[in-house]
Write a protein that binds this ligand. Structure first.
Ligand SMILES: O[C@H]1[C@H](O)[C@@H](O)[C@H](O)[C@@H](O)[C@H]1O
Length: 557
């Protein structure tokens, strides 16, 4: 097939934004006279939206890529999830009389430290090598890290294995949602990224459940770690045969390959439309302007671009803000320490109770999956984050009626049982509200940034996430001791209140927007009101298009 129709032209030669949208549109309408096209172009804004109309349901390739890319999410969840039961079962396997508290802390936080480092470099790697090689690179790190842990005989070697695996987790936590966002037709984008979140929470649940099962059956923890080798090998081998995202391929000028992938995503779309779409996407590609620059110069230009272009800076504030509040509102404290908390208030089976937290998290991620593209990111957040706030206050209140005496076995009186039950209900409702919104929406981060700084921007945001997770895991138990459990949960409630204000004023509705349209929206302000109005218009347009298609089908019949 000829490359002529969609030769990538540097943006400076063509002019950006609206004019480029026009060029794609005009090229398309000039070259295509199909009836279905003129009806779409009458209703749509750019070729991506027109293409979107052809994605009635996700194509087989889209489904395959979504599930295979989400293995990275599974690894993220499984690797952060199995450690709590491994720590309990290691005993003296790493030498000495068993693990000291400090060693436990080092082994646990090595993964978060590695992940923080991985997140910082991941965006730049993804831009330099491509999304697909970055996914394969993190598989190699998973495999190396897990193998090191399986054979570890000393604490130091175990920590090194956790660190190597952590770097893979950090890179994977950025690349999988980035890969999915760049691949997805915009009407499925939210759900496709949430499938990766389902894999994270599912991985955590499976790790907890297997941990409980293995310790019950007295199976060595090394098998629990070794199990993680299977999904990483599957993903590594599968990606040898799978493509990179069309947007990345266009970014590096491989337009023929991009066309091939687009054809498999939008099965019924005419070739001219795909050519026009590639021409349009190329016009957003400022990387072509830097074609002859050194790699270091390119990186520096991107760093400058993300801080000095106001719309990029706003995107950065939103992405880092959401990732920061995802962690600092305290969810992972429950994920990592719910067993400890429940033990403190007199529950016997702490691993079982931790499964309840992980299970609720997983189930409500399914709820988010079902509603995100229909209800919208902003609306979900404005409904669920206040719910988290109320649940945290309930927990603070019930904690104040409980005696946190870890040394004595507490006899369970009737009134204590009621407070215990209320505490569990408060925590489960906190987790449910979290998982329906804040647990997932921040991972839609890629849609905030334009192609040229998408890798870098998501690196900042993912690094914020891992820093928050590290801070929380290092301070939570101390906070419980110094501020009291009620005080700690009131602190989280304050952070949650501030988050509601942040979301209300700074987070526009991005559902249904093409990735290239976000930059326009964030120009001149956060434009929250305008975004809500545009979301309404897009919904109307989708309804009109659907009824138009129905009528055309009826006419044809
Ligand atoms: O989105 C995920 C998910 O909510 C996980 O359950 C949590 O452990 C992660 O920190 C978070 O990033």
């Amino acid at each position: 097939m000829s490359n002529q129709g969609f030769k990538a032209i540097p943006s400076r030669e063509r002019g950006l934004s609206n004019s480029s949208l026009l060029s794609g549109r005009t090229l398309f309408s000039r070259t295509h006279h199909d009836a279905s096209v003129s009806r779409s172009s009458a209703l749509s804004e750019n070729t991506s939206s027109i293409l979107n109309g052809y994605a009635v349901k996700p194509s087989p390739l889209t489904i395959l890529l979504t599930f295979l890319a989400s293995i990275s999410g599974f690894m993220f969840g499984y690797d952060t999830g199995y450690i709590s039961s491994v720590l309990v079962s290691i005993g003296a396997d790493l030498g000495g009389d068993g693990l000291s508290l400090t060693n436990r802390e080092y082994i646990t936080s090595a993964t978060s430290c590695g992940a923080l480092f991985g997140a910082i470099v991941a965006g730049t790697l993804a831009d330099a090598w491509g999304r697909k090689p970055a996914i394969m690179g993190c598989n190699l790190l998973f495999i190396a890290g897990a193998s090191m842990q399986c054979v570890a005989k000393t604490v130091h070697f175990m920590i090194a294995g956790r660190l190597v695996m952590g770097i893979g987790v950090g890179i994977g936590s950025l690349i999988a949602p980035l890969y999915l966002s760049e691949l997805a037709p915009s009407k499925f984008r939210g759900r496709m990224v949430i499938i990766n979140c389902l894999a994270i929470t599912g991985g955590q649940l499976i790790a907890y459940a297997l941990g409980a099962l293995f310790s019950y059956l007295h199976i060595t923890w090394r098998f629990l770690v070794g199990f993680s080798l299977i999904p990483s090998m599957v993903q590594l081998v599968a990606f040898l045969f799978l493509p990179d995202t069309p947007r990345y391929l266009i970014m590096v000028g491989k337009t023929n390959q991009a066309a091939e992938v687009l054809r498999k995503i939008y099965l019924d779309a005419p070739n001219d439309l795909i050519a026009a779409n590639i021409a349009e996407l190329s016009s957003f590609n400022s990387d072509l302007d830097l074609e002859n620059e050194s790699r270091l110069h390119k990186i520096w230009s991107k760093i400058k671009e993300i801080h000095t272009v106001p719309s990029n800076l706003r995107a950065l504030i939103i992405a880092c803000g959401l990732q920061g509040i995802q962690q600092l509102t305290g969810f992972n404290a429950l994920m990592y320490f719910s067993g400890t908390i429940f033990e403190m208030i007199g529950f016997q089976n702490s691993i079982g109770v931790s499964c309840i937290v992980a299970g609720t998290n997983f189930v409500f991620t399914i709820v988010a999956f079902l509603v995100i593209d229909r209800v919208g990111r902003r609306r979900i957040m404005l409904w669920t984050v206040p719910g988290m706030l109320v649940s945290l206050l309930v927990c603070a209140w019930t904690f104040s009626h409980l005696d946190f005496n870890t040394d004595e076995s507490v006899s369970v009186t009737a009134s204590r049982a009621v407070w215990n039950l209320l505490t569990v209900v408060g925590m489960m409702s906190f987790v449910a509200f979290y998982a329906s919104g804040l647990g997932n929406v921040p991972w839609q981060q890629s849609e905030l940034f334009p192609q040229s700084v998408r890798g870098l921007g998501t690196s900042y945001a993912t690094a914020t996430n891992w820093s928050g997770s590290l801070i929380l895991s290092m301070t939570f138990l101390t906070m419980m001791e110094k501020l009291t459990p009620s005080g700690t949960f009131i602190f989280f409630a304050f952070v949650t209140l501030a988050s509601v204000v942040f979301i209300y004023y700074c987070y526009p509705e991005l559902s249904g927007l093409e990735l290239e349209e976000t930059q326009d929206l964030l120009t001149g302000g956060f434009n929250v009101k305008k975004s809500v109005q545009m979301a309404g218009e897009r919904k109307d347009m989708a309804t009109k298009l659907a009824s138009f298609q129905d009528n055309v089908t009826l006419d044809v019949v």
